[in-house]
Design a protein around this ligand. Structure first.
Ligand SMILES: NC(=O)C1=CN([C@@H]2O[C@H](COP(=O)(O)OP(=O)(O)OC[C@H]3O[C@@H](n4cnc5c(N)ncnc54)[C@H](OP(=O)(O)O)[C@@H]3O)[C@@H](O)[C@H]2O)C=CC1
Ligand SMILES: CC(=O)[C@@H](O)[C@H](O)COP(=O)(O)O
Ligand SMILES: [Mn+2]
Length: 388
């Protein structure tokens, strides 16, 4: 971080998305303490232009080179240099002037930006879980080598990060990830066959981008989060549990060896974990919603339904096996979700297709990044052709 910890220059990867726009609200709430240095989007150039005029970053990046000829550069304001391409995302994420990088790109498309920020030794707030699922072991190793500080932004992992402060890492018995259960909590396998994208996009508690919202509905989001937790906190699979908590008020628990369970509570609003990553180790007043204790509240907990939501089981298995499994599961799931949203795959086929591709892949227990990228590409081709 900047020596003057009251003023920090921030880069937001994926600034036009759900995490990105929440992050800009947080930055605005923090006032003069934060300066927006860089923003990135893929194709939403008009949104990025509006953000650029408002926050006046030094750089704005559009990663999709194909839209270059359509973009009206004058819309970005005179203070901002507009750049194109994924190389430019890496340059901004690693810029000497950047103190903190918030990673809010969706999918493995965010890998190069996250990796660049880590290699440059930045403070890196990671919401973008898919690169961790794909290559978490290599990323944590790189962070240690380059002196980067990874602060989880995913709500469950932020909660665990905060709760871990109550004891020494060696005193942690297990972590419990909470899951809302999604829009189909309590549904049976037969009922899930004819679910439409519109139904699956109606998350009961969180307002998020389309891909993660579908993942929440299949419980694949929790599967990815098991793998994410393993890498972020150096846990074994038998130290990770999942509990269904429909209210999304408790964002996860840490149980210590003495039996004490420490939880983090707040309304379902990503502005809190984003702000925590920006101001850590300090806590400051901010724009995130607060709990209202003046009205009654019931907090419910149920065991997860692995039979009707088989995607969750994949998370435990993949975290256990490691190697190339995370890359393959993640890539198959990204492709399956895209096909489901395009009306080309049934909802109930998402976990089935992921299972089939995972089982068919050529397992490597200790892959390099090159091998992980190769397997990611292979799984993306497989999922395009998959038929039940
Ligand atoms: N939303 C949430 O509350 C939470 C999200 N997360 C994680 O955070 C990440 C972002 O999620 P969310 O904000 O919901 O996603 P959104 O779909 O809302 O936003 C995605 C962002 O990534 C950009 N983007 C999309 N494709 C590419 C690409 N190929 N290359 C570069 N940039 C790209 C988009 O730009 P453009 O607008 O131009 O398409 C946009 O800025 C995901 O990994 C998700 O799992 C984790 C916890 C909570
Ligand atoms: C906000 C956040 O972190 C999401 O990952 C959220 O947890 C999704 O809700 P589910 O618990 O339904 O997966
Ligand atoms: Mn989450």
């Amino acid at each position: 971080m900047n020596d003057d910890s009251s003023h920090n220059r921030i880069v937001i990867l994926g600034s036009t998305g759900s995490i990105g726009t929440s992050c800009l609200e947080v930055v605005e709430g923090l006032g003069n303490n934060m300066e927006v240095l860089g923003l990135t989007a893929h194709t939403s150039w008009r949104d990025l232009a509006a953000q650029s005029r408002k926050y006046r970053p030094r750089w704005s990046v559009l990663s999709d080179e194909r839209i270059r000829s359509r973009v009206e550069t004058s819309e970005f304001g005179s203070d901002t240099e507009l750049c194109f391409g994924t190389d430019a995302i890496e340059d901004v994420a690693a810029a000497d002037e950047a103190d903190v990088v918030i990673c809010g790109i969706v999918g493995v498309a965010g890998l190069r930006g996250v990796s660049a920020a880590i290699s440059a030794g930045k403070r890196v707030g990671i919401a973008n879980k898919e690169p961790l699922v794909m290559a978490g072991g290599l990323m944590m190793k790189a962070a240690a080598e380059h002196g980067a500080t990874i602060i989880p932004v995913d709500s469950e992992h932020s909660a665990i990060y905060q709760a871990m402060k109550s004891g020494h890492p060696s005193e942690v018995k297990r972590v419990v990830l909470t899951a809302s259960g999604g829009p189909f909590r309590g549904w049976k396998r037969e009922q899930l066959t004819d679910v439409t994208p519109e139904m699956a996009l109606a998350h009961p508690t969180w307002d998020m981008g389309a891909k993660i919202t579908i993942d929440s509905a299949t419980l694949m989001n929790k599967a990815l989060e098991i793998i994410e937790a393993k890498w972020l906190f150096g846990l074994s699979v038998d130290q990770i549990e999942v509990v269904i908590h429909p209210q999304s008020i408790i964002h996860s628990f840490v149980e210590f060896v003495d039996g004490s369970v420490i939880a983090q509570l707040s309304p379902p609003d990503m502005k809190l974990p984003i702000q925590y990553a920006l101001t850590y180790p300090r806590r400051v007043s901010g724009v995130a919603r607060k709990l209202d204790w003046s009205t009654g509240m019931n907090l419910q907990f149920d065991p997860p339904d692995l039979e009707n939501f088989p995607g969750l089981q994949l998370g435990f298995e993949v975290a256990e096996r490691g190697g190339t499994c995370g890359a393959v599961l993640n890539a198959a799931n990204e492709g399956a979700v895209a096909r489901f949203l395009a009306g080309d795959l049934r909802f109930s086929e998402i976990p089935r297709a992921c299972r089939a591709i995972l089982d068919a892949h050529n397992f490597d227990p200790d892959p390099t990044m090159t091998e992980l990228l190769r397997q990611d590409g292979w799984a993306r081709e497989e999922i395009q052709q998959w038929r039940s």
